[in-house]
Write a protein that binds this ligand. Structure first.
Ligand code: NAD
Length: 480
């Protein structure tokens, strides 16, 4: 194995921390790399550097910031293959999935580059007042030093969705990658370093949640924490942030539904169910792990879904024709198997999967799993599983389908499949979800909004909302 990688980048230079974390390849269980990581002291130094850099960066023009964001997009584009390989080997996802991640990162940086380039003209906007005695203008200003804390399931994408708008807004950043998947972000940091951002504008501290994430959320100089991860940690981040009244944006868990209405194209429905359940080995906040099917279609749908799920090639992310890779680590592998076991004990009927593929004795692999007859009060039906597990249930009416989908503490996304366009629009409008796909796979564009209702999110990422999350609003009123 090569030398220990420096996992700390502060004020334009790489540093080593006192502790070292092993990074594992989830498909082989081998150690991929060792990364030296930071602690509360490194967080303080990173916030020092970011605070000093904010003085100049916050006054830079949108045009200059846009040019730097374009350079980052260009750097990611030039290193596309390398980033894909890093992501697949660190995360267990097939290369074609890693390619989608990297392309999303490029598109996000390009989108916010254009947004930044447009900002100078509109920074001061006149506001119409009901009085001739005064005039007013509104300015949007960067909110300050921001802490970005990201998870392991889409490490580069969740990073880009925060980092690009934060830099576009004129904020200085301290990024904390997941301790499980730091490798692609370390490469991204090298690309950013080469793009020529002023020292201190972008800082990165690898390490655990308690050693790095918690002190970042507590630092009174940090104006805002943008966090993506589990609800349990989201609560802790919010509690820490509350002590200094800092803003939080939270992107948390989901328990989303795919609704297959009575006149759906069944092949399309099966394809979308597999995409929503098994992409990224089901480790998606947006997984449509509840599949609700019109009673009239349910038997045929289940037959086709089972056949399709059983045919999915689960393999090493670099294997030929691989369709699904490994789960992230042993903890997650055992958690998902625990959910499956408990679901069976609670009376759910296992149609297929539920175990490791026989030909893969090593690595954290689980076969695509389909349950039916899942009790409505079971953990399998209500909790986020974060693995390749679908729960299918019939419904008698559109109202029942909507009620079943909305009966959740979460409200991130939903999918609707039907040839009846009016019905799809009606159902989409009735669902408590931040994003609804109609007859479409889970495509996402940087121009649209990402985030959910209820306990799935606070705020929205992407689009103008993602930028606004890193801005303050200032009104200036003067006497005429
Ligand atoms: P996690 O909550 O365990 O960790 C997320 C990040 O928080 C990591 O960087 C971790 O080190 C850090 N952290 C842990 N404890 C902390 C603390 N006390 N203070 C501050 N930071 C701390 O989540 P995970 O297991 O990495 O990711 C899976 C979860 O992320 C799932 O629940 C999934 O639904 C969610 N997720 C949501 C979205 C979304 O957009 N809504 C996207 C991806 C993942």
């Amino acid at each position: 194995m090569s030398a220990v990688l420096n996992g700390i980048y502060i004020d334009g230079s790489w540093r080593a921390g006192d502790d070292v974390l092993e990074v594992i390849n989830p498909a082989t269980e081998a150690v991929l790399a060792e990364v030296s990581v930071g602690d509360a002291h490194a967080v303080t130094q990173a916030v020092d550097a970011a605070s000093a850099a904010f003085v100049g960066w916050s006054k830079s023009t949108g045009r200059d910031r846009g040019a730097l964001l374009r350079k980052i997009a260009q750097g990611v584009s030039e290193q596309r293959e390398q980033l894909m390989h890093l992501q697949s080997s660190n995360n267990g996802k097939p290369l074609f999935e890693a390619a989608i991640d990297v392309d999303d990162v490029i598109a996000t940086f390009e989108y916010y580059a254009a947004v930044a380039e447009d900002m100078d003209a509109g920074q001061d906007r006149p506001v119409a007042l009901p009085s001739d005695d005064f005039s007013a203008r509104l300015r949007r200003e960067p909110c300050g030093v921001v802490g970005l804390i990201v998870p392991w399931n889409f490490p580069m994408v969740t990073t880009a969705w925060k980092l690009a708008p934060a830099l576009a807004a004129g904020c200085c950043v301290v990024l904390k990658p997941s301790e499980v998947t730091p490798l692609a972000e370390l490469q991204l940091a090298r690309i950013i370093a080469e793009a020529g951002l002023p020292a201190g504008v972008f800082n990165l501290v690898c390490g655990t949640g308690l050693d790095v994430g918690a002190p970042l959320a507590a630092d009174r100089r940090v104006a805002k924490i943008s966090f993506t991860g589990s609800n349990a940690v989201g609560v802790q981040v919010m509690q820490r942030a509350a002590e200094t009244i800092k803003g939080v944006s939270l992107e948390l868990g989901g328990k989303s539904s795919l609704l297959v209405l009575a006149d759906a194209d069944l092949d399309l429905a099966v394809e979308l169910a597999c995409g929503g359940g098994f992409f990224n080995a089901g480790q998606m906040c947006s997984a449509t792990s509840r599949v609700l099917v019109a009673d009239s279609l349910a038997d045929e749908f289940l037959l086709r879904l089972q056949a399709r799920a059983e045919a999915i090639r689960v393999a090493d992310p670099f294997a030929d024709e691989v369709q699904m890779g490994a789960l992230i680590n042993r903890v997650q592998y055992q958690r998902v198997l625990g959910h499956i076991q408990r679901g069976i004990e609670d009376g759910a009927r296992l149609l297929c999967g539920g175990e490791r593929p026989a030909d893969l004795p090593k690595g954290f692999f689980i076969r695509p799993t389909v349950f039916t007859d899942v009790p409505l009060d079971s953990a399998l039906w209500n909790e986020e599983i974060f693995g390749p597990v679908l729960c299918v249930r019939g419904f008698a009416s559109e109202e029942e389908a909507i009620a079943l989908a909305n009966a959740s503490d979460f409200g991130l996304v939903a999918s609707v499949v039907s040839r009846d366009i009016e019905a799809t629009e009606r159902v989409a409008n009735a669902l408590q979800a931040g994003l609804v796909w109609i007859n479409a796979p889970q495509v996402i564009f940087p121009q649209t909004a990402w985030g959910g209702y209820k306990q799935s999110s606070i705020g929205r990422e992407l689009g103008p909302w993602g930028l606004a999350a890193f801005q303050e609003i200032k009104h200036v009123i003067s006497s005429n």
